[in-house]
Structure formats: C-alpha cells, structure tokens
Design a binder for this molecule. Structure first.
Ligand code: ADP
Ligand code: MG
Length: 726
C-alpha cells in the first residue's frame, strides 16, 4: 500500500490508527479532506467505515415484487434526468430508474444539485418508499447511492451524507487498494483457541470480507468476527475494572447477620428493624439482601447494582444495607439524583427509623457508648445555614445516615467512618460512578466503603452485562403482594373522559397527577409551558378542584412546599413536568394523566406511571396522544399491555436501539459500531466468559500486548488507559 515491501507485514490496529488515509495510493489531499468530513482520518477509520448494507446482484427484481408504501432498495440504471422550476421558484429534479424489469420515477424536490449528480452516474442503488402516482411507480426524495462500475456479485453500500464530496464507490476503491497490496495483512491478537472455539474468521479475513465479500455468507461471517471483537474489548475493560477493584482496594467489613441474631440474646439492629415492619420482606428482597450481606461481610469492597422495577421495594433493600453499616458502628450515605428525591428519601428513612437506637460513636459526644437515636441527615444545595451543622454532624459521626444529591461527595464533606455509599441512579439522572469513586478515595482511613447502585430502569440482562459489567448485579424481580396492576388507557382524539375520571377520583377522596407535554427548549421554556398548561387546566377541565404546579424552574423550597402540600392532601391534582418522574411516593394518588404521551420514551412513561399504584386502591394511567407515528403507537400499546419493567425495557431496546442505554454511563467510551445488544445478545455472555478467563490468568494483559494497546487506543478514556497499566 505505501512502500513496496515484498514480505507480508502484519499491522496492528494501533498502527492502522496512526496511518493517515493519504498514505493509500490514489487518495490525495482533496480526497483525504472529503474522507475527513465523514470522520475517516486513518486507515483504521476507513476499515471500520462499515457498509450500511449489501446488494446481492443475483437477487434483484424488487420492483416486480414490491408492495406500495414499503421502503425498498432497488439496484438499477438511471435515465432521462431532467429538472424544472416549479411555481414558487423551487426546483424539481426527475429521473427514471429501471431494474431491468420495471421502471420507477424518481422525484427530488429542492435539491438542484441532483441534476448534475444523477447525470454523472448510471448504475445506482436507490432506497425509498415506493408510491404510485398516476399509475406509475414513484419515489420521492429517495436515498441514492452510486454503485459505479463495480463488478462482483455482492456490492457493499456505504453510509454517505448526500452532500459529501465522496461516493460509496470512492470508499470501496480505497479499501480495495489497501487490500490489494500483497504485503498488507492485519495482525490478530485474539488467542487462537478462542478463535477456534467460537468458529470465528481470523481478523485479516474479517476486515477483507466485511468490505469485499463474494457471498453474503462471507460478509456475515466477517461481521460476526468484528462484532465479537467489539464486545470482547468492552468486556475486557469491564472485567479488568472489576478485577482491579478487588486487587487494589481495601474494603471495610460489616457486621451482617440479620436473621441469625433473632435467636441470640441481643437482636441485631437489622433484625429488629425487619421484624418491626408491618409486612414481611418479599422473597426477592430477602434474596437481594442476603447477596448484599455476603458482600458487605467480606473484606473486598462491594460494587453491586440492584435492579428492580418501580415499587419493587428497592428503597427498603437499600435501607437494610445502610443499617448493616450503622450496626457495625459506621455511617452510610445515600446519593439521590435530584433534590426532590433526596428530600423524599430523607422523609421516608426518618419515618422508618424513628424508633431505632444505636450505640453512640460520635467523636465529641459526652455519651459515647450509650444508646442514642439513629440520626438521619439531609444535605442539599439549598440548605443555607443548616448546611454547616449537617456537615459537622457527618464529620463527627453524630449523623449515622446522610441523604443528599451527589454534591454530597464532591464538596469536601468528610465522614467519621463511611461504610456504605448507596447511589440511586435513576433513569436519565445518572450519577457519574467514577466521580463518586474518586470522591470516596479521599474518605476516612484509606478504605473503600461498599457501593450499592440502585436503578429503577430495568435493563435486559445482556445490556446490564454490557453497561454495568463492572458491577455484580442483583435483581428485585417481584412486587410486594396485594398490588393491583395499574390500569393503563391510551386515548387519542377525544380525551375528555380522562379528566372526567380524574375529577371522579378526586370527588371520592383520591388525588392525581397531570404530566405536562414534553416541550423542547431551555428550562425556562419548559417551565413557561407548564405554567400555561396549569392555568388552562385550572380554568377548564379541572375547574373546582385544588390544583398545584411543580416544575424545574421553581426553587427547591417552593418545590418542597408544593410536594408537602400534595402529601398532606391540601392539593388534589398536581400538574407537573417530568420533575415528578423520580421517586415521588404519595400512596393516595391513584390517577395519572400524561399529556402528549407519544413524546415520551417507554422508560420515561414507565417511570412516570410508577408514581401511582403505590397504595391499596386501583390506579389508572391515561396516555393522551394524537400521534399517528407508528413507533409512538407501538410504545403506547406496549405500556397499555404491560406494567412489567423488564418486558418494557426489552421493547424499548428493540425500538430505540442501545444508544439510550449507554447514555450517561459510557459517554464516548464505547466502540460498538457493528454490535447490537438486541441482535447480538447471545454473543455478550460468550465474550464475557472469554474476558473473564483471560483477565483471571493475565489481569493487565501482559501476555497480549497488542490487545492491550488496541484497547487503550480505542477507549479514549483515562480510566480505561489506566486499567491495564502493569
Ligand atoms: P422502589 O424504591 O423499588 O420503587 P419502594 O421501596 O419505594 O420501591 O417501595 C414501594 C412501596 O412498597 C413502599 O410504600 C414500601 O413501603 C412498600 N413495600 C416495600 N417492601 C414491601 C414488602 N415486602 N411488602 C409490602 N410492601 C412493601
Ligand atoms: Mg423508591
């Protein structure tokens, strides 16, 4: 490719990353610039610029078989390109496309540059919706890929921005040039036995065939191999991170054993607490508590994720875990994603714990060693003068459990002895795990407290393994008994009945929420539209009932006041933006109306809906929408049909892909270009298993230096770079 060397030289991915694309014969500075607009700068970028699809020339006659209103891909010849100016000055470009059997008219509005583009090519692949116009096939504004004079049965089609000064064919040609160099080959750092065991292509062939396949099967095998690599690298980093926690940190050991103590003379705090509850723990809660207890008892720091649907009783599980710390003479911290939720947690913990005592361990106490009330503190930004006393209480150990937003750990708060950090990582409000970890490093006696992450957004197992793969996972997969599932009703068109039902419930002593439409724009814009909606409802559909308003632009104090009024039933209906999505717990609220529900995602709707159905009475959720978008329809149908968060999470993943899952946790930190957590879900546990085997015998990849280098280059993340240091 670059120099003419006669012997084969195996390049590593790192070398290909460092090789600028201009080094390819035929790619000069002009073309390099065009490539750069596609994000392709190096030879590696080029090789991982994967085809969007393949056309099998032996199987082309779509126009004969095609159904109207379907999106189809047609490979054919262009002719009769013309353009004219419409009334109003817009330009329309037309062309004819023939696939050898039938013809179809292509129409482009407002794309004057098409004329020249289409005149310069003949063989094209066209993708668009097939329609009929004056009894002729027609496609309007389809995607056009120039196929060029490419030979071969399988034609790869590359993703192109329509205006990029480069064609799918230029990409193809550059790749062909790379591989036609007889001295060029790509090194395979994955152990041979793994390759054999999973029946994978070698890496060099995989990169060749993903671009230059002769059959579709070949392309498929190539993709499988490359998908394996992507998932394998990711699992290696996750497993290595987990191994490093264990290797490098000194944890704290806790006094657990809630149940055994029942028989003993002195019942443990946790034992006493659990038997004081008006209900038994569910089997799922018991199982998760014992998984946590096992971790907390041991000397290695716990890193555990607790997944559970809304209302499954995670908060209680977290509380029991915090009591393990407290009964061991240490403190616990609970990090909430928002102030409203911190407040909520604070109230419910205080209520649960009001009758419980613990040995006083605090530094300056006159009563050290005697029993004292368990003390729960709240630390949040808007605390004013009270803040100082809470910070002091945390430092002296007078406060046993402190609840706060994640500012809690970043603002120089120090603990007397922190045993456990619980991170309530709710949907969309991901607290950056690493920030927490860094902050913790500063704490106490140089030991790492245990960490428990709670998430109310259930995610499918394979996705959890990918996103939270550095954590152990527990699942609270059971709801407390006696819940009546929330009845969900999707209304489109006439939505009056939803408000009528709401008024009825209020008349019968119930309460409810109205969730405002999701509007785009700044917090200010959102708040303004919420205020308007509030006014409209108060004067219209909800006239005569006590209506409250809550949105994100209100001060924390105002929000607290409204929330408190709603809790004490001084407000019947709370009109709110999605600020109520997290954790709000008012069991008397049995009605929810979500306006413009089609604008929300599945996970968000499920979270919102979880605010009702928290008491004994049957609850209802109305989804109002006027959308005819089929994806929205599928989402709303799914919510009508099911209240199972795991089912909905699978559905969400299917409909929206994995982008949303990676969201907060792995920003810019994944190189999954081909792999799909839906389609390739079977591959995830396999790569996990291999990664575990590799890391357990070679924790820093000392024996696989190329693999190590490639991971460090591809994950542009300090933390990952550091992972594999010797
Ligand atoms: P999550 O945090 O998972 O959404 P919570 O911990 O807030 O769920 O629990 C929801 C409601 O269920 C709370 O009112 C709680 O008191 C109640 N609850 C929790 N565990 C049980 C149980 N084992 N039996 C009956 N009710 C329970
Ligand atoms: Mg909760």
């Amino acid at each position: 490719m670059c120099e003419s060397v006669s012997t084969v030289r195996e390049s590593s991915i790192v070398e290909l990353l460092q090789l600028p694309i201009e080094r390819i014969h035929g790619v000069g500075s002009v073309r390099a610039k065009a490539f750069s607009a596609l994000g392709v700068e190096s030879v590696y970028d080029l090789l991982t610029y994967y085809p969007r699809r393949y056309i099998d020339r032996t199987r082309q006659s779509p126009l004969v078989e095609a159904a109207l209103d379907q999106e189809i891909l047609v490979l054919g010849l262009l002719s009769d390109v013309s353009s004219r100016r419409l009334r109003g000055g817009k330009v329309m470009v037309e062309a004819k496309l023939s696939d050898g059997h039938r013809r179809c008219k292509l129409v482009f509005f407002n794309q004057p540059w098409r004329q020249r583009q289409l005149e310069s090519v003949r063989e094209v692949a066209v993708f668009g919706k097939l329609q009929s116009f004056r009894s002729q096939f027609q496609m309007t504004n389809p995607i056009v890929d120039t196929v060029g004079d490419r030979t071969g049965v399988i034609v790869p089609i590359y993703p192109m921005s329509e205006k990029a000064h480069i064609s799918t064919w230029d990409v193809h040609r550059a790749i062909k040039t790379v591989f036609s160099d007889p001295s060029f080959s790509i090194f395979d750092p994955v152990p041979k036995d793994v390759i054999e065991r999973f029946n994978l292509l070698d890496r060099d062939s995989a990169y060749r065939y993903v671009h230059l396949a002769e059959t579709l099967d070949q392309a498929k095998a190539a993709r499988q191999r490359l998908i394996f690599d992507e998932l394998f690298r990711l699992q290696l980093t996750l497993v290595a991170r987990k191994a490093r926690y264990l290797r490098e940190s000194r944890g704290v050991t806790h006094e657990v054993s809630p149940y055994a103590c029942k028989k003993a003379e002195r019942v443990s705090l946790v034992g006493a607490f659990i038997s004081s509850l008006p209900f038994p723990l569910t089997k799922a809660q018991e199982r998760v508590v014992s998984e946590i207890a096992r971790d907390m008892e041991g000397p290695a720091p716990m890193h555990r994720l607790v997944q559970g649907d809304v209302g499954s009783g995670k908060t209680l599980v977290a509380l029991v875990s915090m009591l393990f710390s407290v009964q061991s003479g240490m403190q616990a911290a609970l990090l909430a994603p928002t102030e409203v939720l911190a407040e909520q947690h604070f109230l419910s913990l205080s209520k649960y714990l009001k009758d419980f005592e613990v040995k006083d361990q605090s530094t300056y106490s006159l009563f050290q060693g005697s029993e004292k009330r368990i003390s729960v503190g709240l630390l949040k930004g808007s605390l004013g003068a009270k803040r100082k006393s809470v910070v002091e209480g945390v430092r002296s150990g007078e406060i046993d459990i402190v609840v706060g937003t994640h500012a809690l750990l970043s603002e120089g708060v120090s603990f007397r002895s922190l045993g456990l950090v619980v991170v309530d990582e709710q949907h969309r409000f991901g607290v950056d795990q690493r920030a927490v970890l860094r902050a913790r490093d500063r704490q106490g006696e140089g030991r790492d407290p245990d960490t428990l992450v709670m998430t109310a957004t259930p995610i499918p197992r394979t996705a959890a393994m990918t996103v939270y793969g550095d954590l152990d996972v527990s699942v609270v997969d059971q709801l407390p008994p006696g819940r009546t599932p929330i009845k969900t009703i999707w209304l489109s068109g006439d939505t009056k009945s939803a408000y009528e039902h709401l008024l009825e419930e209020v008349g019968a002593g119930g309460q409810g929420y109205v969730v405002c439409p999701l509007v785009e724009g700044s917090d200010k814009v959102v708040a303004k539209s919420a205020v308007m909606e509030f006014e409209r409802l108060k004067e219209g559909p909800l006239r005569g009932v006590r209506v409250g308003l809550m949105h994100g632009q209100m001060s924390a104090d105002e929000k607290d006041r409204v929330m408190e009024a709603f809790r004490c039933h001084e407000i019947d209906v709370l009109v709110a933006t999605t600020v109520i999505e997290v954790g709000v717990d008012v069991p008397n609220a049995t009605m929810m109306v979500i306006e413009d529900a089609d604008r929300f995602g599945i996970a968000q709707l499920h979270q919102l809906r979880g605010r009702v159905g928290r008491g004994k009475k049957e609850s209802f959720c109305y989804l109002l929408s006027n959308s005819d978008k089929s994806q929205a329809e599928e989402r709303l149908r799914a919510l009508e049909r099911s209240t199972d968060g795991f089912f909905l999470a699978e559905k969400d993943l299917e409909l929206r892909g994995e982008g949303t899952i990676f969201g907060t946790r792995q920003r810019g930190n994944n190189d999954l270009k081909l792999a799909s957590l839906v389609r390739d879900r079977d591959m995830v546990p396999k790569t996990r298993e291999v990664a575990e085997a590799v890391i357990s015998s070679d924790p820093t990849l000392f024996r696989a230096p190329q693999l190590k280098e490639e991971i460090r280059e591809l994950f542009k993340d300090e933390d990952v770079r550091y992972l594999f240091m010797g």
